[in-house]
Design a protein around this ligand. Structure first.
Ligand SMILES: NC(=O)c1ccc[n+]([C@@H]2O[C@H](COP(=O)([O-])OP(=O)(O)OC[C@H]3O[C@@H](n4cnc5c(N)ncnc54)[C@H](O)[C@@H]3O)[C@@H](O)[C@H]2O)c1
Length: 258
């Protein structure tokens, strides 16, 4: 909107705060996505082939926790750096077409549309399970899935729909909407506190500085990000190690440091 001149007020992108996406997106969504999948299906994750689309903050959280449960994990990415990171973190990287017949459980976390489409549903295994933890209900092409099932859709458990494609059945959790909200309770308060603190302090920042701000997108001021981390540590009763005067002089000096 800013680039198109369509933004009429200043915006602070709270998601870009480190104390938001490193924790809410990664650990909050990582945990609550698994919570939603398990509440809906009660499957055993250990030993399953799990495909995660998107290796951003949300995807990384889901992948690390799936891996911790003993899944074999494959990542799908469009970004070469993130694909490489996933590979060197120890996961397989495949295209959607390669992953579709391999996976037992598919989770999307890309923020994009129609990551899994008609041809991918057609090549999935009988009994495959799909869930989305990214963007609304847009990441799976549900119109195509419904069309393939030709009306042969039934509820097999609370929050699980089975699509009979004739010869095989595919399962969809929480209608392809955010699985951690549709089939579980979202993130614990112990991580949302930092997201809400960023929102509150950013709103205060806009209120206090509105005369200097333009109608564009601002990052959360570093001081707010650091303050949220400080407050969270204090709430947890954890102390930071202060630098000695010698260390402070050393790290700020160009004569002594490397
Ligand atoms: N479920 C929740 O509670 C929750 C919480 C936070 C964020 N989100 C949502 O999760 C989504 C991801 O958030 P994030 O912080 O990880 O964002 P991000 O930008 O860090 O990561 C998204 C990743 O998906 C990749 N990607 C984009 N299109 C792709 C495609 N077609 N195939 C494969 N990979 C693709 C990008 O390259 C990127 O690495 C967003 O839609 C966000 O709104 C959900």
């Amino acid at each position: 909107m800013a680039a198109d001149g369509a933004l009429s007020f200043p915006v602070v992108a709270v998601n870009e705060a480190l104390t938001k996406h490193l924790f809410d997106n990664r650990y909050g969504t990582g945990q609550s996505t698994i919570d939603g999948i398990l509440r809906a299906t009660n499957i055993l994750i250990a030993g399953r082939n799990v495909v995660v689309a998107g290796y951003g903050w949300v995807g990384r959280g889901i992948v690390s926790r799936m891996s911790g449960h003993g899944a074999h994990v494959t990542v799908i990415e469009i970004d070469p750096v993130r694909a490489l990171e996933a590979l060197m973190d120890g996961y397989q990287v495949m295209t959607v077409g390669q992953a579709a017949p391999w996976g037992d459980l598919f989770v999307t976390a890309t923020g994009n549309v129609n990551v899994f489409r008609r041809e991918h549903f057609a090549s999935m295994k009988d009994g495959a399970i799909m869930a989305n933890s990214g963007h609304f209900d847009a990441e799976l092409d549900l119109d195509a899935l419904r069309a393939l099932a030709e009306g042969h859709v039934r509820d097999v458990r609370e929050n699980v729909q089975e699509f009979d494609l004739g010869g095989k059945k595919l399962n969809l959790i929480a209608e392809g909407r955010l699985v951690n909200l549709g089939a579980a309770e979202g993130h614990p308060a112990a991580v949302m506190d930092m997201s809400f603190a960023n929102q509150a302090l950013s709103a205060e920042y806009v209120a206090l500085h509105h005369t200097e701000l333009e109608p564009r997108v601002y990052v959360v001021p570093e001081a707010i990000d650091a303050e949220v981390a400080r407050l969270k540590l204090a709430a947890l009763g954890i102390e930071l190690e202060p630098m000695t005067a010698e260390q402070a002089a050393y790290v700020s000096s160009w004569q002594h440091g490397t």
